[in-house]
Design a protein around this ligand. Structure first.
Ligand SMILES: [Fe+2]
Ligand SMILES: [Fe+2]
Length: 143
C-alpha cells in the first residue's frame, strides 16, 4: 500500500533527523556533519518519489493546476530550502541558527506529512491505477 509505505518513510526520515538535532544541541559538529547527509538524502529521495512518480500519476486523474498537489510541491521547495540552510548553519557551527532552522524544519514537515497521510495518500489509494506497480516504480527513484 502506497499510504503505509510512505507514512512509514515519513517516520524513517524523522528518525534520521532526531539524532542530528541532538548532535546540534550538544554542539557535536563532527557528528552533526556525519548525520546531515543521510538525513538530507532520505528527505530528497522521499520528495523525488512523490514529485517524479506519485504526484504525476495522481495528476493524470485529478488534473494539475492549483490543487492540493501544487501545495505539496511548494511545501517541498520550502522544506528543501530549510534543509540547505540547516546544512550551512552546521558548517558554520552556528548553534542558534541551526536549532532555529531545525525547529522550522520540524514544524513544516510535521504539518506537511499530516496532510499527505490524512488526505493525499488516501486519495491516491482511491484512484483507479495499479498501486503495487506504482510503488515499485517509486522505490526505484534516485534522490
Ligand atoms: Fe511530500
Ligand atoms: Fe511525503
Amino acid at each position: 500500500m502506497i499510504k503505509d509505505y510512505m507514512t512509514h518513510d515519513h517516520r524513517e526520515c524523522d528518525n534520521l533527523y532526531a539524532p542530528l538535532e541532538s548532535a546540534i544541541s550538544e554542539e557535536n559538529w563532527d557528528r552533526a556533519l556525519e548525520l546531515y547527509m543521510p538525513f538530507k538524502n532520505a528527505m530528497l529521495k522521499h520528495f523525488a518519489m512523490e514529485e517524479e512518480v506519485l504526484f504525476p500519476k495522481m495528476e493524470e486523474f485529478m488534473g494539475g493546476g492549483e490543487g492540493p498537489i501544487h501545495v505539496m510541491k511548494m511545501e517541498h521547495n520550502q522544506i528543501r530550502s530549510i534543509i540547505d540552510q540547516l546544512g550551512e548553519a552546521i558548517n558554520e557551527k552556528n548553534t542558534q541558527k541551526a536549532l532555529g532552522l531545525g525547529e522550522t524544519f520540524m514544524i513544516l514537515t510535521q504539518q506537511h506529512n499530516m496532510k499527505e497521510e490524512q488526505v493525499l495518500y488516501t486519495m491516491a489509494e482511491q484512484l483507479p491505477f495499479d498501486k503495487e506497480a506504482l510503488l515499485e516504480e517509486m522505490k526505484k527513484v534516485e534522490a
